[in-house]
Design a protein around this ligand. Structure first.
Ligand SMILES: [Cu+2]
Length: 137
């Protein structure tokens, strides 16, 4: 990047009445400089958006329980439940706004966006309870 700028300024102060070959070189350097600027700004954008990207957390349903039973996430994260039991289960939030999964059989998954803390139960086995806490709120 530094070397391109040095080259660019060198060619800018060359005589105005230069031949066609010199103009071609100057044009190429201008194009390369812009390409370089676009590339560097793009990579900065990717890095900063990566830092705030939402995270996915896994909760296993096994032995008629949620593992982990209490989970801490950031607002905007997603939670994915995976049923590893041979019996069906169903997730139901017990705070507003409510949400619920379909009945999950072994191997089925359910993904939910988490905006705020939530308590949930199994719709088929009310003794199965879980909690998601949101960090920093
Ligand atoms: Cu259940």
């Amino acid at each position: 990047m530094q070397s391109f700028n040095v080259l660019f300024s060198h060619f800018s102060i060359s005589p105005l009445f230069c031949d066609g070959k010199d103009l071609k070189v100057r044009f190429t350097i201008i194009i390369l400089t812009f390409f370089c600027l676009i590339l560097s700004s793009t990579s900065v954008g990717v890095t900063s958006s990566h830092a705030v990207q939402s995270q996915e957390h896994i909760v296993e349903i096994s032995g008629f329980g949620f593992r982990p039973r209490n989970l801490e996430v950031r607002s905007g994260d997603v939670v994915k439940w995976v049923n590893k039991d041979n019996r069906p289960h169903q997730l139901m939030a017990i705070v507003e706004p409510g949400w619920q999964s379909r009945i999950l059989r072994r191997g089925d998954t359910f993904v939910q966006f988490i905006g705020k803390a939530v308590y949930y139960v199994c719709g088929l086995h009310s003794n199965m309870r879980g909690k998601i806490v949101v960090k920093g709120n």
